[in-house]
Design a binder for this molecule. Sequence first.
Ligand code: GRF
Length: 190
Amino acid sequence: MAQLIGHKFKIAVFISGRGSNLKNLLNFSKKNKTNWKISLVISNKKSAKGIKYAQQFKIPHKIFENKIKIFEKKALIALKKKKINILCLAGFMRILSKTFIKKLKIKILNIHPSLLPKYKGMNTHKRVIQKKEKFTGCTVHYVTPKLDSGKIIIQKKVRVYKKDNPKTLSKKVLLLEHQAYPEALQKICS
Ligand code: GRF
């Protein structure tokens, strides 16, 4: 990606829940030399625990508890106003429309808890165990109108053992997610 001379890439993060990836990105950019900074957090749920991290780090945040069309309309205005360069989805539980992706015209990234293209969608860990996979992991990829299908930026994998269950897998994969998302941003902002 082209350099932003004298500036950092401005990142917005969309969340719907816990926000551990958001927290991790905020900590990473505080502790490391980055060419990017988180400038806006948007949640579609006021109950999202992750909002507290935006507050702790004093990052502007917005909550739009609307149906997707209105959510997108409000989000688009907020993103443009803040001149956001990259949008990161982190546990954002809505599917963005083709129109929104087209209108926004910036890179949109997502993190998914499986080795895509395997196990798109929900309940990945349960399905990985059912299929007796030897490995699982996480993927950071670009967002396109087709769910969990855009170009892959980074993947990290971990062994699945017989004793694993969806809970143990989700813990192991989350640790990988916390390495993968900042790495992906370092990569695309370098
Ligand atoms: C992560 O497992 C991510 O891969 C998926 O949703 C979960 C979000 O976790 N898309 P958190 O809200 O970042 O803690």
